[in-house]
Write a protein that binds this ligand. Structure first.
Ligand code: SF4
Ligand code: SF4
Length: 107
């Protein structure tokens, strides 16, 4: 199994999650983070750190977020690893919990 970053991270990218990951499996894109499913050891530490509640265990994904399993696996192959928290995107607090954000995902 793996953990998965879902839609609510898009355009927020608070990055609180990356500091706790013991195996550095978060990868960073322009306005979203993903988890490498091959590296993730299912420790669940990142879940509570996310202010956007965007991280789920793969077997507990809400039905409308299941496609993020594939998105995480795909983009973890091409985006660089991120291990330190950075400032969130400028309008993170405006975009959090907006929903329907997949259209804004920058690859
Ligand atoms: S803490 Fe949540 S919103 Fe922030 S980068 Fe991690 S998954 Fe995305
Ligand atoms: S569940 Fe653990 S290993 Fe997987 S991404 Fe989160 S902190 Fe990293």
């Amino acid at each position: 199994m793996t953990y998965v970053v879902t839609e609510n991270c898009i355009r927020c990218k608070y990055t609180d999650c990356v500091e706790v990951c013991p195996v550095d499996c978060f990868h960073e894109g322009p306005n979203f983070l993903v988890i490498d499913p091959v590296e993730c050891i299912d420790c669940s530490l990142c879940v509570a750190e996310c202010p956007a509640d965007a991280i789920y265990a793969a077997d507990q994904l809400p039905p409308e977020q299941v496609h993020f399993l594939e998105i995480n696996a795909e983009l973890a192959q091409v985006w660089p690893v991120i291990t330190e928290t950075r400032l969130p995107l400028g309008e993170a607090d405006v975009w959090v919990d907006r929903g329907e954000k997949l259209q804004y995902l920058e690859r």
